[in-house]
Design a protein around this ligand. Structure first.
Ligand code: NAD
Length: 349
């Protein structure tokens, strides 16, 4: 499996170094024959090549079997391409899968949980990706801005299908999160289509929640949720909350998956407040890499890749329980030391 590795901005170089170490250990243990192709995107690429994503990089990613993208300091971009948006849109990575679970030995903030947020990833309220060209955010006068949200039957259908298919492998429960009391047409259509797709999965229990109330429900009783399907921005916000409920944003794995490509990318951003301090938690990135391996294994019928992901999940749980982790999870190790201990654990089996 060829994986392009792009460390990204801020804490990205620190967390991606640990991810590479983990992938190398897994490749050795499970005989995955991983070929890691190192390149740059974002601010490093802007400095070196004058653009955040070069055409040569796009070709390289298209020719590979998967991509690991580090966090991007997107807030600092002006007219530059945001690589995170770019790959989601260009590779049509319609489903952003974001699991959150509690870990033995570490108190989850509001009770145990084991859920997955399935977030639509290609349209919604994201002005930089919901139009074919340009932006759907407009400055009408110096004092008036209009930002548009796009919802399509096609994207609703495919994200709903991703959610129901996932639920069939889990506790068979899908919760639809929306704002149909206000966005009556767009989110009305989203609910209708989710329920329509749901009828193909009669074993799956379906319910729905208005997004603002959902923030209370998921904090009050996170254990009642299994798969949560929602539109792009609601999913972005909700999944940071569920990751933090599981213990830390640094524990949130995330896969951006489409029909032909997938990209692992930690749930968090570039965390400028802790960048360069050797304190960032690398597990969000490592768990994302595991999800990428599992995606590849499922598509190609290669059980070793699925086992490698299970080994990552198990080793994260063991590391968290043993406090061999960064301080956001109650440990005292640095990023580097957490990564080294983790790779050694993976190799030991
Ligand atoms: P952030 O996710 O980078 O950080 C939020 C908080 O969580 C900070 O206190 C940070 O220190 C902490 N944190 C994040 N990752 C952590 C980790 N691995 N271990 C321990 N603590 C961690 O959000 P932000 O500060 O609002 O955004 C910073 C930049 O990242 C902005 O430019 C934003 O646009 C960008 N961003 C990018 C992505 C992406 O590339 N996918 C996602 C979110 C934000």
């Amino acid at each position: 499996m060829k994986i392009v590795i792009l460390p990204g901005d801020g804490i990205g170089s620190e967390t991606m170094a640990c991810t590479v170490e983990a992938l190398q250990a897994l490749s050795q243990r499970f005989k995955l024959d991983l070929e890691l192709q190192h390149d740059i995107a974002g601010h490093a690429s802007l400095q070196a090549h004058g653009t955040t994503v070069t055409p040569a990089l796009v070709e390289k990613v298209r020719a590979a079997d998967g991509l690991m993208l580090g966090p991007m300091a997107t807030y600092e971009f002006k007219d530059e391409i945001n690589p995170s948006m770019f790959f989601r849109k260009t590779l049509d990575l319609h489903a952003n899968i974001r699991p959150a679970r509690s870990y033995p030995g570490m108190e989850a903030r509001f009770g145990a949980l084991d859920l997955v947020v399935v977030r639509e990833n290609t349209e919604g309220f994201y002005a930089d990706r919901n139009v074919e060209s340009g932006s759907s955010e407009m400055l009408i006068t110096p004092d008036v801005v209009i930002s548009l949200r796009r919802i399509t039957r096609h994207c609703c259908e495919r994200i709903a299908r991703s959610a129901f298919e996932l639920a069939m492998t889990r506790k068979k429960h899908v919760s639809i999160v929306h704002k149909a009391n206000v966005l009556k047409i767009g989110d009305g259509m989203f609910i209708d289509i989710c329920r329509e797709v749901g009828r193909e999965f009669p074993q799956v229990l379906v319910d729905d929640f208005i997004v603002d109330a959902m923030m209370a429900h998921v904090v009050r009783a996170p254990q009642r949720f299994d798969v949560i399907v929602t539109t792009n921005m609601f999913g972005d916000i909700l999944s940071d909350l569920t990751a933090e409920l599981s213990g830390s944003l640094g524990l949130g794995g995330s896969l951006n998956a489409g029909a032909n490509y997938a990209m692992g990318q930690a749930i968090h951003g570039s965390a400028p407040d802790i960048a360069g301090k050797n304190i960032a938690n690398p597990f969000s990135s490592i768990l994302s890499a595991g999800m990428l391996l599992a995606w590849h294994g499922q598509r190609k019928g290669l059980p070793a890749f699925i086992e490698a992901n299970a080994a990552i999940e198990q080793a994260v749980a063991t590391a968290v329980e043993a406090r061999q982790v960064t301080r956001d999870c109650g440990g005292s190790l640095g990023t580097r030391e957490t990564g080294q201990a983790f790779a050694a654990r993976l190799l030991a089996g």
